[in-house]
Ligand binder design. Structure first.
Ligand code: SF4
Ligand code: SF4
Length: 104
């Protein structure tokens, strides 16, 4: 399924695999989740906002989310929070603004 233009904040739709991996590494390295009160020590990989990383296997309780203080959040103009429990940026956007929500 094609990702609607504007939803693909990380620009992964048109990327080669090597470039995708590079961007994923960059996001994971810059990620602030390990310093977040919600984070459970040892969970990996972080960078839950990025497509296909998936939600956390360990985090069950949402406390606070520090994503809005993260450089990745600003750089890629992200709009959601609690990616660790609620799913990635594109996944949450599809749930709230996707074809179903738009009635198309
Ligand atoms: S926005 Fe949140 S999940 Fe994404 S890299 Fe930053 S701290 Fe991690
Ligand atoms: S996605 Fe948000 S709530 Fe979850 S660990 Fe990262 S900063 Fe914390």
């Amino acid at each position: 399924m094609a990702i609607h233009e504007g939803m693909d904040k990380f620009g992964v739709e048109t990327m080669e695999e090597a470039e995708y991996r590079k961007r994923q590494d960059y996001v994971v390295k810059s990620c602030k989740c390990a310093k977040c009160p919600t984070y459970v020590a040892g969970d990996a990989p972080v960078g839950y906002c990025f497509p296909l990383i998936g939600t956390s296997k360990k985090i069950q309780w949402e406390k606070e989310c520090v994503c809005e203080t993260c450089p990745i959040y600003k750089e890629y103009d992200l709009t959601h929070t609690f990616y660790c429990t609620r799913c990635s940026q594109v996944c949450q956007t599809l749930k709230t603004e996707g074809p179903v929500a738009q009635g198309t």
